[in-house]
Structures are given as C-alpha cells and as structure tokens.
Design a protein around this ligand. Structure first.
Ligand SMILES: C[S@@+](CC[C@H](N)C(=O)[O-])C[C@H]1O[C@@H](n2cnc3c(N)ncnc32)[C@H](O)[C@@H]1O
Length: 279
C-alpha cells in the first residue's frame, strides 16, 4: 500500500500531466500573468480569514509568509507584528509585493527571493496560503515550515482547490471530470502520517477572486459569471447555460446563487510547534 505522501505526489503528478498547473520544480516565474490579481489593498477591511490569522499573532512576532505572493495575506497583518518576512521566488509577485507595501506606507515588511526549500528565513508564526497544491514533495516542505516557526504554522487552502472550483459546473454542462489538484483530503492524510494533529477551521466566506459566489445575481450576471468561468463567449455556450439554468442556480429572495460554488470554503490548518523539530 502506498503512503499518503506518495498518494499526494501521485495526485500532483496527474494534475500536472493533465496541464492543470505549471511544474513548480522548474525554477522560473510561473506567476507573471497573474501577479497583479494577487495585489489587494493592505488597508482593506479584514475578511474572516485575516481575523482568524490575526488571532494567533503577537506584537513581538516575526510573521513568515511562505510563497506570500503580493503580500495579500501578510501585508494587512503587518501592524499586528514586529516584522513580516515574505519568501517568494516569483519576480512578478515580488514586484507587486514591493509596490503594494510601499504604496501602503508599510515599513516593517521585507521579501526574500528564495524557493522555500532553499530559504534560511525563520519566524515565530509561518503562514502559507494557496501554495501547497504546487508542492510535489510535500513532507519536507511541511517539516521545514514546522522547523522554521518557533510557535505556530498556519496553512490556508481552499476546498475545492482554486483549480477545482469549476469542476461541478463542468460536470453538469459537459459531463467532464477534470483531474483534481491535490487538496485537503490528500494534505490531511499526509499530516496524519507525519504525526501532526492540526486544528482545522472552516472559514465561511466566498472565494475572494469570485465575489459572485456570494449570490444575489441577476439572470444576466449569472450567465456572464458562468461564461467567464468557462472562458467561452459564444451563443451555443449561452444556450447550454440557459437550458441548465435551474441546475446551475438556486433562486433566493436576494437573487440567484451559483450552486456549483456554494460549498466552496477556505480551510485554515494550524498547529503549535512549541519549538520542537520534525525530521
Ligand atoms: C496562488 S499564489 C498564492 C500567493 C499568496 N500566498 C496569496 O495567497 O495571495 C502561489 C504562490 O506560491 C509561490 N510558490 C509556489 N511554490 C513555492 C515554493 N516551493 N517556495 C516558495 N513559494 C512558492 C508562487 O511563487 C506563488 O507566488
């Protein structure tokens, strides 16, 4: 019987073979086309996920944000800690982080350009949000998070994963079953195998990059959302959506709600390290 770590790698490899994401073992900038979308105002009102992370922070902490992108998660929290250290190998993401940080007048945040397994950075709390899907060799990655954080590790992922948000839509319309990204079931099994028993908190809010998931849509907005998610802009697709309308959308008093997105949740996986080491 294969180990959970082997199964995680197998799901990763199948997704890679199906062209579902870029191979992050290749040392190149995989995020050049998307980096600007990850730059959110550091002074925006906190969502539930930021509140949950902030609850674990202390004013003397170094907050290590591994694969921190444009600082979407850690820059809003810079005022809660002594320092934010972002570890981010994508040059485009680092550029967005620096512009966001400087534009917001944040002076206690810096960025290191390494891939995580080559990084020397440490902190009190290590957070990594929407990164582990792309990590094939997940055990050393998790162990290094544990060993680099004196107090706590926080991993945020989505269920379904960002790559799988449209799988139900595709199943309903095209009877497709896209090859899934490695997600919560695979990750939880690996952690169990490593002897980690983290707390899991399910955050009840829609995916930040698909605000329409919250519902309240008109019929026109509902069709536009669906065409956009399918990256199609043609009449046959529009007709297909309209003929499946009630399977795709729930009619609520405030408007239409996309059924295929209604179960999407961010999951925060966290544990205390207590200064212990994992091999
Ligand atoms: C989907 S983005 C998430 C960015 C940010 N954490 C956020 O939630 O807004 C994934 C990020 O993980 C980074 N990444 C992927 N593999 C990594 C690794 N092995 N070490 C460090 N960063 C990595 C990518 O460069 C990219 O910026």
């Amino acid at each position: 019987m294969s180990s959970a770590a082997e199964r995680y790698a197998a799901v990763h490899d199948a997704a890679l073979a199906a062209g579902r994401f870029a191979d992050h073992r290749r040392r190149t900038d995989h995020w050049a086309d998307l980096a600007d979308q990850f730059r959110l105002d550091p002074h925006r009102p906190w969502d539930k996920n930021l509140h949950a992370i902030a609850g674990y922070l202390q004013p003397t902490d170094v907050l290590l944000d591994v694969g921190g992108g444009a600082g979407r998660v850690s820059l809003p929290l810079a005022g809660q800690v002594r320092e934010v250290v972002l570890v981010e190998p994508s040059e485009s993401m680092r550029g967005q982080f620096i512009a966001s940080r400087d534009g917001a007048g944040i002076t206690n945040a810096r960025v290191s350009p390494d891939w995580w397994m080559e990084s020397d950075e440490t902190g009190d709390v290590a957070v990594t949000s929407d990164v582990v899907y792309f990590v094939r060799d997940i055990v050393p990655f998790l162990a290094k998070l544990h060993n680099s954080a004196s107090r706590r590790v926080i991993i945020c992922i989505w269920r379904p994963t960002p790559g799988d948000m449209d799988n139900e839509l595709r199943r309903v319309l095209y009877d497709e079953q896209p090859t899934p990204w490695p997600g919560l079931p695979e990750l939880a099994a690996v952690m169990w195998e490593m002897g980690l028993l983290p707390d899991l908190e399910v955050i009840p809010q829609p995916p930040w990059w698909i605000p329409e998931a919250a519902g309240g849509l008109s019929e026109i907005q509902a069709v536009e959302l669906t065409m956009g998610r399918l990256e199609h802009d043609d009449e046959p697709t529009r007709a297909l959506i309209e003929s499946n309308f009630d399977r795709l959308f729930e009619r609520r008093p405030d408007g239409l709600s996309p059924r295929w997105l209604s179960g999407a949740r961010e999951v925060m996986i966290t544990w205390e390290t207590n200064g212990t080491r994992l091999d």
